[in-house]
Design a protein around this ligand. Structure first.
Ligand SMILES: Cc1cc2nc3c(=O)[nH]c(=O)nc-3n(C[C@H](O)[C@H](O)[C@H](O)COP(=O)(O)O)c2cc1C
Length: 194
């Protein structure tokens, strides 16, 4: 296998779910956001918005709204992660962003077919950029699932995330507390047709 610094970064990145109680530096956060906007986008739309939240009280308020939102939310398919997240949200110590010091929320304009694809590519840039800076990161889905929750959307709109935007995904970012082990890669998921 060929190796270089980019490929090493891709292979070394893990989803971090244990962060230190230490802020991400402003320069680091700006670098992550810059990495996000250099992602490709359908027809060069760049219609995304990346909102980085670092205020602990604001993050905890969002967590509380997520917890409340899950109480009345019913998973719309049988993806096991959804039911598990709903169940977990009832726990006293529930924290959907793994207590990361920074959460980057990716939203996009409504009725745009590539909204999710564009934001997902942008978040992978964020994850790899974080890895290159020695930071941990994790894809966090809860805000996407609860994107239709009125109370949550009302609060997010006070942070400047337009109510009409669809929330695509979010990235928890911070200094790594406990490193995650690499889940083995499944066999047989790639093919070369010659
Ligand atoms: C679409 C998507 C949604 C995910 N949602 C969550 C999530 O809500 N919470 C979480 O802790 N991890 C989430 N993850 C991270 C995956 O669990 C993780 O990528 C997977 O277990 C493989 O581990 P690795 O990223 O360390 O290779 C998500 C990943 C993807 C691609």
């Amino acid at each position: 296998m060929i190796t270089n610094s980019v490929l090493d970064c891709i292979r070394a990145r893990r989803s971090t779910r244990s962060f230190l109680d230490r802020p991400v530096e402003k320069r680091q956060l700006e670098t992550l956001l810059d990495a996000a906007v250099w992602a490709p986008s359908g027809s060069n739309s760049q219609s995304w918005l990346f909102t980085a939240v670092t205020d602990k009280d604001v993050l905890l308020k969002i967590n509380e709204l997520v917890r409340q939102g899950f109480q009345t939310w019913t998973p719309d398919d049988d993806y096991p992660g959804k039911q598990m997240a709903k169940t977990m949200s009832q726990r006293e110590d529930y924290n959907f962003y793994h207590r990361a010091p920074a959460l980057i929320i990716a939203s996009n304009r409504p009725n745009y077919e590539n909204a999710m694809a564009d934001c997902a590519l942008a978040l992978e840039n964020v994850f790899l950029a974080a890895q290159s800076l020695g930071l941990g990161s994790c894809y966090v889905n809860q805000l996407h699932w609860l994107r239709g929750d009125d109370a949550l959307r009302g609060y997010l709109s006070t942070l400047g995330i337009p109510k009409e935007h669809t929330i695509c995904n979010s990235a928890a970012v911070g200094h790594i507390g406990t490193a995650s082990a690499a889940p083995p890669r499944r066999e047989g998921t790639v093919r070369i047709i010659k």
